[in-house]
Design a binder for this molecule. Sequence first.
Ligand SMILES: C[S@@+](CC[C@H](N)C(=O)[O-])C[C@H]1O[C@@H](n2cnc3c(N)ncnc32)[C@H](O)[C@@H]1O
Length: 295
Amino acid sequence: MSDSGLATLRDYIRWAISQFSQAQVFFAQGSDSVFDEARTLVLGSLHLPYELHDKYLDCNLHTDEHAIVQSILKKRIEQRIPAAYLLGETWFAGLPFKVDERVMIPRSPMAELIPQRFSPWLIKVPQRILDLGTGSGCLGITCALEFPDAEVILADMSEQALQVADENIALHQLGERVYTLRSDIFAQLAGQRFDLIVCNPPSLQTEQWAQLPREFQYEPRQSSRSGCTGLEFIHQVLQQASQHLSNKGLLVLDVGQHRSKLIELYPMLDFTWLEHSQVGSAVLALTAQQCAACQ
Ligand SMILES: C[S@@+](CC[C@H](N)C(=O)[O-])C[C@H]1O[C@@H](n2cnc3c(N)ncnc32)[C@H](O)[C@@H]1O
């Protein structure tokens, strides 16, 4: 037992729940509740799986383990570092991804949509897929595993993000058909066409970003902020996507909070809104022909 009187994994998880609640730690970057965050951090810090059987929760910690768990919980509470960065790992669509402060922590509702293969909107099994604004590579790598014959490009403006995406390509052993490319939106993709483009763009206004809880300030600025309206990246994707989609291609775009604004700004477009369980975040789909109307 440590000086604190805490002895078992269960003690630490219970204690972390109390401490996180009292300190009003914020969760929205991978976990969805104080219980989830406490379990993720206590078990993750000791390299134990999240699904660890209940019987192990009453095991006493080794002396060294007390120090490891206490140190990580202290950093979470005092410095507000997100759990995924403290552990160097997170889960997306049931898959592990390496993450650190070079990339946004994956949380797009596309985690639910990719395993459904965008059915019935994606009518052709994609041979070429683009993940635009890839960050950790989570969307493109999940697509690559869902469509095992596809070639996938992971594009991002940030060289640092692409280093993390490369690590995740290696983690999932996809180096033969998944590649990274540095590109400012579509600028370095001239003449290239894809059967599926997935994109979770930066979509916050600069002012909104500054008001987010401290946890979000650890993420790269360019992963969240998109000008004074939050719509700059989205406009460019909508206007240029038709030049990069094959005839039966589909654009799937996570537009966050901008659903009603986009309906107002693009009255000529009949957006398809994909259903998922995340409140306040919208994902649209457009065919190549529909995208042509945005040009
Ligand atoms: C919201 S994050 C999404 C990351 C990842 N796709 C995900 O869903 O977790 C947006 C990403 O777009 C990238 N980005 C920002 N501006 C860009 C630009 N002009 N061209 C390409 N990528 C850009 C950022 O570096 C960041 O990785």
